[in-house]
Design a protein around this ligand. Sequence first.
Ligand code: ADP
Ligand code: MG
Length: 727
Amino acid sequence: MATLRFRALDLVNQRETTQVSIPEGKISDYFGSNVFNTKTMQSLLPSEVYKQVIQVIESGEKISTSLADSVASAMKTWAMSKGATHYTHWFQPLTGTTAEKHDSFFELDGELAIEKFRASALVQQEPDASSFPNGGIRNTFEARGYTAWDPSSPAFIIEINETKTLCIPTIFVSYTGEALDFKAPLLKALSAIDKAAVDVCDFFDKDVTKVIATLGAEQEYFLVDEALFNARPDLVMAGRSVFGHTPAKGQQLEDHYFGSIPPRVRAYMIDFETEALKLGIPLRTRHNEVAPGQFECAPQFGELNLSVDHNSLLMDIMSKVASKHKLKVLFHEKPFAGINGSGKHCNWSLGTNTGKNLLSPGRRPKDNLVFLTFFVNTIKAVYEHADLLRASIASASNDHRLGANEAPPAIISAFLGSQLSAVLDALEQNTDVIEKGDNMYLKLGIDKIPEILLDNTDRNRTSPFAFTGNKFEFRAVGSSANPAQALVVLNTIVANQLIQFKNSVNAEIEKGVKKEVAIINILKEYIKESKAIRFEGNGYSQEWVDEAEKRGLNNFKTTPQALKAYMSPKTVDLFVKMGIYNERELHARYDIYLEEYVKKVQIESRVMGDLALNHVIPTAIHYQNKLIANVKGLKEIGLGEEYYASTLGSIKEISNHISDILKNVDAMVEARKVANNIEDTYERAVAYCDDVRNYFEPIRYAVDKLELMVDDEDWPLLKYRELLFLK
Ligand code: ADP
Ligand code: MG
């Protein structure tokens, strides 16, 4: 019965490290070699045309057909010189993966065989998109969906099984122009924050004409041998193990594990890093795995839209390269119970065209007022829209992580660090600001920040949204998520906040208040209002849960609960006003996320039932029969009860576990049937969450107990110790 398990283990023992070929020369020699970047464009386009293209990219204006034709032709020349035969529009539908449809450059023109790539093929495509989630948008009017070129993210070449394909980053919209992907709303949110932040910078520095949001996404993941992965149907189907007893050696081993990367893993890392570097992803790997089998990598931060594309691309590459190494990479937030989960820490900041980081305190008091403005406005935005922020990271898989005492809690709060907390407190308590010539900043109480911050080493791993010296780190984002989902929200709420701030300050100035004083006064108000969102203590503790409740902060532990914030009047207002989503788009998204939740829990429930009934119970009965034969034998040779009493106990215990499993699986199937008949998507998600999922724990408990009892030789499922400790 356990043949699959032992065959897989045999395979692992025979594994050899896959040889990796690294390009010659320095990284800087091959970095970005598979990217149609500005340098390549410049070398292939007439300088006038090149200038126009850059202008279009920077301004976000619509590109003319003739310009697009020139770019298409240069792209084709470049891609074919690199050996590419196909091209595809590359987009990020709401399934959470990336999608491509490959077309050949080759075509027949009469009898002439040629390679062509026209502007029309570059700018717009109509993929067969009926299978992508649309939340009812496409069904209502028009079945068609379009992809449209995003010139701000450069095209690149990927290699799959010897074929090289030119990939063109695009947005994905319906015939009626509604967004069906992650990128379209993200570009809108980024443009909103650009405008709002430039308007606020206008108070301080007229040279600021563009503000870009920046992202550095740290990616955590688990690696499992491919044969072991394939022998665990739950990993294959649901991306996480639904059963498995915690190993004798678990996380407490982290000291030993730290720093010793198994050779196969090292080869894999070098391999995918090289591919990523060629694609212009500025990866710096860190090997600081927390749990056994868990690793992390992080690129250098960059412009947010490109960094989101890079993260999606990176996840693709990591999965593809893994198979060359007979490995499986798990992006699930919680593949193994009892062991740390994985996140995707989104480091976020705002940078100006003048080269300044708006969330970095400067040397001069004047710079500090800029810093404080953006810092306090961000905190205020998080305070105002904490529930929406929580909704933006909600998923069935991230539910396992948030609040599990090893990841940020489901309560949204912001960590500032002791020094900045002190600065804000001091500012708040400062009585009215008196302006006195050159000493104004001293009077404002903001002249001392640079010195204080030089030693800002505070770190709080338990906070979902932590300030880390010159950026915020949104730590609660799940490892499998497309970061755009959270970042659309973050950038929109901050943009909205900055607009309000600008208006309020202007109103004061009109009343005759001096600009700096007006700014400080408004910031003081914000500091007072948003105090409840600030938390410096241990986010894992029960005290925080209690305290947060007193403060009126929500603690939405499950996805259906959390997602509701997407449909609150406050959210609808925000998105409509900011031009990010119309009501229909928002509703469609809400539906899609709920549906996805239902599907995920449904799959887990089915896998669980299947494994329990068809793998675990027959094994347990088989083993129980061995015990029964043993007791019979002992009796037969005339031994008294004291010789078989404990075995008899085990036999009974096995029966009890089996009947628990049967009872709960039956009830779970019934609960599923009831849930499936619920018409309303939200109510169906709630039924899956509150009813179906309730049976997971008791089923798992009984199965994991049986794992401890049954002869290891018989047990059909790979054990945690086997899955987790890669050789
Ligand atoms: P940690 O201490 O959290 O492990 P690091 O200081 O190494 O992290 O940085 C984590 C990530 O933050 C990296 O991807 C880094 O490039 C990114 N980062 C640094 N500065 C900024 C910034 N201004 N905006 C966005 N991300 C940034
Ligand atoms: Mg970090």
